[in-house]
Design a protein around this ligand. Structure first.
Ligand SMILES: [Zn+2]
Length: 352
């Protein structure tokens, strides 16, 4: 969510909150519940250059949101229960389901104690290459390369590029440019090659991010014994699925599920598409996920859940609790569905 559109979205959230309009809009846009997306939950770091900041919230913010949710009277439910309610069209009260992508250690270290305190069931979507310690968290490697260097040289689309990035302003601009170019590259292989070239030239150890940040299988196995925890699938290598051919998409989903089942003894029934926005997962991915028998699959398209999503269980929207909205009052508006209703032009389904 970049630039002007994001600024407007944020202004709309403020306006909705202060006018109380989000409560008036609820009957139209509120749906029957919401699924929350989280990535990192950890204390804020002082560094100025944090282009991936939108993927994290602080433990104290997270606790305030959980407390607010508990007080709101909504049912806080697992993804199994989301699936059941949609299948049976049974919506006694609004529901909220809490989900974490990627399988970070900070989910266990900082979010888990809070989730236990408020008795909140939650889902962790695991990319198996991260647990296997061979994954490429390239967006973090890109942040590190730019953060630690004054000049970035790389080869994109066969062209040699050079970016000066001495101060924080230039570093942000460089991240935006390279990240944007990477998203536009046609195949995932090519994207990874560009990143391997950048990390090799600028001495960033891409594998180190897995080791440092992600739970390994032993940690996941321990975690998964808690009945509050559901382990979901998040592919093997965390690719942008739209950049892969059909067979590769199928194997990313099926092999991830098989690896989790082999390691943890439970076959995941729920899936989250990596990145998950419209450019990363669309009708082809939704169909493959449904064909493979996943009960639900979540995107990062913003929106709340309507009864009609029962026919689109492989294309569920989520509400991102991200670094840009770390004020509990924003969360109320987002979960009410009013803000995402505006975002989606009041269309209830965004599944094409
Ligand atoms: Zn992810």
């Amino acid at each position: 969510m970049a630039g002007v559109r994001y600024q407007l979205f944020r202004a709309a959230i403020e306006a909705l909150y202060f006018s109380g309009a989000h409560r008036m809009l609820r009957p139209i846009v509120g749906g029957v519940g919401a699924i929350l997306t989280l990535h990192h939950v950890r204390p804020a770091r002082p560094c100025q250059f944090q282009p991936n900041r939108l993927l994290e919230v602080t433990p104290s913010f997270f606790e305030q949101v959980m407390q607010r949710l508990r007080r709101s009277g909504a049912d806080i439910v697992s993804m199994d229960e989301v699936h059941r309610r949609l299948k049976e069209q049974e919506f006694p009260r609004r529901f909220v389901s809490v989900t974490f992508d990627d399988g970070y250690r900070d989910t266990r270290e900082f979010a888990y104690p809070i989730l236990k305190k408020y008795d909140v069931p939650f889902t962790v979507y695991v990319a198996t290459s991260f647990a296997d310690r061979v994954g490429e968290l390239w967006w973090l490697a890109l942040e590190a390369a730019i953060g630690h260097n004054d000049v970035i040289q790389c080869r994109i689309d066969g062209r040699e590029c050079r970016f000066e990035c001495r101060d924080v302003h230039d570093k942000r601009a460089t991240f935006e440019k390279i990240h944007g170019s990477l998203r536009r590259i046609e195949t995932e292989d090519e994207l990874r090659n560009v990143m391997r070239d950048i990390t090799a030239r600028h001495r960033v150890d891409m594998a180190a991010f897995c080791n440092e940040l992600c739970m390994d299988w032993k940690e996941l196995a321990e975690f998964a014994t808690d009945p509050l925890v559901t382990i979901g699938a998040h592919t093997v290598s965390h690719p942008i699925l739209s950049k892969l051919d059909d067979n590769s998409v199928r194997s990313e989903l099926a092999n991830c599920r098989a690896a989790i089942e082999a390691a943890l003894g439970t076959r995941p029934r729920h899936l989250a598409y990596p990145v998950g926005d419209r450019g990363a997962a669309g009708p082809r991915e939704f169909k493959i996920a449904a064909d493979l028998g996943f009960e639900t699959a979540v995107t990062t398209r913003p929106g709340v859940i309507f009864p009609e999503h029962a026919r689109h269980l492989a294309a569920l929207p989520r509400i991102s609790l991200n670094g840009n909205f770390q004020q509990p009052r924003f969360t109320d508006v987002l979960i009410s569905g009013a803000a995402t209703g505006l975002w989606n032009g009041f269309h209830r389904l965004n599944v094409a």
